[in-house]
Design a protein around this ligand. Structure first.
Ligand code: TEU
Ligand code: CA
Length: 541
């Protein structure tokens, strides 16, 4: 119907511009590079692009440190390039969703520079505080390890929940609200279709009091999902977003299903959807650097919980902050191809809005880094410093960081098998994986049986399926490491089977005919699922 929101049946593709495609040989992906691949994305079948930040930035956190919200990072191109991207995409029916990073700015933003120079108006855009005795203003910790405060030349401190190059904005100041909503309108007027709001549920600090002591993120109870944050979201929605046909997805850290419901309930008119993290943390001890073995049964429990809790979850299995999903939940050995296809099937069968991260559609794997020196991520750098303070030796730090570093997902997209994988003619900013020789777009486009072609078919299948797009969700009893669920609409009932193990798994088969699978008909069995088998079975209703 015409009143249905456009994004409810959309499939979104995330681009991390630095790593996507370089058009001018400087080794850094750019906007012209993206434009050159729009037809590829159209063919893939996606409806919208979430563009990680392209704003002007000194790049200490690859653009998540913005120094001018109304300008484009010259490394990525010009404002004309950006306008061209929006209009070319529009012609192809692809919407552009920008990343909106408003918890903090870069310390090189004019506002912060004026604040440092002593301008009181701008000092109140941030949190400047005197130390307590010879120590920090409070005991809060940073997301990237270490303290959340840094000293200025004058001897006072400023708050930064991320790196010291990312001072937090003071959302209690109404002028900050006016500045940022003005920026939102600026981009929406240019034709952008919405925002992915970075760490949006931590922007409003209720107080700057000491937090309960924790191993990580001491202080979080003072800023997570505060009433002030809900209030801000309501006002963003009412005063700006609702005036355009936007899709607003929030990156919301440490949320429970109840928190997420409050943030994205349609009637509350705050966010449209949220990214939760519980499934990302399925294989760690609460802190991502300390990993434990992956158990499919845990992943299934978590996904089921969120499927049941939320009407429209934002579904994803990887992004620019996480390791590659085939490393995380699949198999990079013998079952690389089968497991990548299974994860595709899973992500695109769940209820909600599916997000695909660049390279996921060809089964890209974690970076093959040999040492910490090959890494570029500021988080990895800072964590290494923190782990040093904990007196962990180099070999251990190396192991912990290499298996989890965000750079695993940031290696350049592998377009072909040539030396620089068709990503650049120059020297890539981050090392390209050796497996580009067989994991690359060109090779996979030619192979009917490739992961890439599986994505294309699965996307098309979803687009043509009322049950997958709008149906309800119900888990079906199964062995704990096999995920079986139904998606059902008025005219269609589908049984989805996901064997998340590398074993044959005996299961009960329901339904009539197999509509989709990552195994050939001749390879399939009647009484069990093959390793990493994915099946969609249609049942008559
Ligand atoms: O991420 C927030 C965030 O919490 C992660 O960086 C976190 O360290 C990791 O995902 C935990 O597993 C957002 C952006 O996505 C990230 O790239 C930025 O560095 C960060 O905010 C600061 O803007
Ligand atoms: Ca470039």
């Amino acid at each position: 119907t015409s009143t249905k929101k456009w994004w409810k049946n959309a499939i979104v593709y995330q681009i991390y511009p630095r790593s996507f495609c370089d058009s001018n040989g400087d080794g850094i992906g750019d906007i012209s590079g993206i434009i050159s691949k729009l037809h590829y994305l159209k063919e893939l079948g996606i409806d919208a692009i979430w563009l990680s930040p392209v704003y002007r930035s000194p790049g200490y956190d690859n653009g998540y440190d913005i120094s001018d919200y109304k300008d484009i990072n010259p490394e990525f191109g010009t404002m004309e390039d950006m306008e061209r991207l929006i209009s070319r995409a529009k012609r192809l029916g692809i919407k552009i969703i920008m990343d909106l990073v408003i918890n903090h700015t870069s310390d090189e933003h004019e506002w912060f520079q004026k604040a440092l120079a002593g301008d009181d108006k701008y000092r109140d855009y941030y949190y400047f505080r005197e130390g307590v005795g010879s120590s920090y203003p409070n005991n809060w910790g940073s997301f990237f390890g270490g303290r959340a405060w840094s000293k200025t030349e004058k001897g006072d401190y400023y708050l930064h929940l991320f790196s010291k190059k990312q001072p937090d904005l003071n959302w209690q100041n109404p002028e900050v609200f006016d500045e940022i909503t003005d920026i939102m309108r600026f981009w929406l007027d240019k034709g952008v279709a919405g925002f992915r709001c970075d760490v949006i549920n931590i922007i409003y600090k209720e107080s700057l009091e000491n937090g309960k002591k924790r191993f990580a993120l001491t202080g979080k109870e003072h800023y997570l999902n505060t009433d002030g944050c809900h209030e801000l979201l309501k006002r963003f929605n009412e005063e700006v977003w609702s005036k355009y046909k936007t899709f607003i997805v929030g990156e919301t850290v440490f949320v429970t299903p109840d928190d997420a419901k409050l943030l994205s309930d349609e009637n509350r008119k705050e966010l449209d959807a949220v990214f939760f993290f519980e499934h990302m943390d399925v294989d760690n001890y609460g802190i991502k650097w300390f990993k434990k073995g992956f158990k499919p049964s845990r992943l299934i429990k978590i996904l089921d919980k969120w499927q049941t809790a939320l009407e429209v979850p934002a579904n994803y299995l990887e992004n620019h902050d996480q390791i590659r999903s085939v490393n995380h939940f699949g198999n990079v050995g013998k079952y690389w191809e089968k497991s990548a296809k299974l994860l595709c099937g899973l992500n695109l069968s769940l209820r909600g809005v599916p997000f695909i991260y660049e390279g996921e559609e060809i089964g890209m794997t974690n970076g093959d880094f040999k040492g910490l020196r090959e890494l570029k991520d500021i988080e990895s750098y800072n964590i290494n410093q923190s782990l040093k303070k904990m007196l962990l030796v180099h070999s251990i730090r190396r192991k912990l960081i290499l298996q989890t570093t965000r750079d695993n997902a940031r290696t350049p997209v592998q377009w072909d098998a040539s030396d620089n994988a068709g990503f650049t003619t120059g020297i890539p900013w981050l090392k390209i994986n050796a497996n580009k020789s067989f994991i690359n777009v060109e090779t996979e486009l030619r192979d009917d049986n490739s992961i890439l072609n599986f994505y294309k078919s699965m996307i098309e299948f979803r687009k043509n399926s009322e049950a997958l797009q709008d149906g309800n969700y119900r888990r079906v009893a199964s062995p704990s490491d096999v995920y079986i669920f139904t998606r059902e609409s008025t005219h269609e009932r589908l049984y989805i089977y996901c064997n998340l193990t590398n074993f044959n798994k005996a299961v009960e088969f329901y339904g009539d005919n197999i509509a989709f699978s990552n195994y050939e008909e001749s390879e399939r069995e009647n009484f069990f699922l093959k390793p990493y088998e994915f099946r969609v079975v249609v049942s008559n209703i």
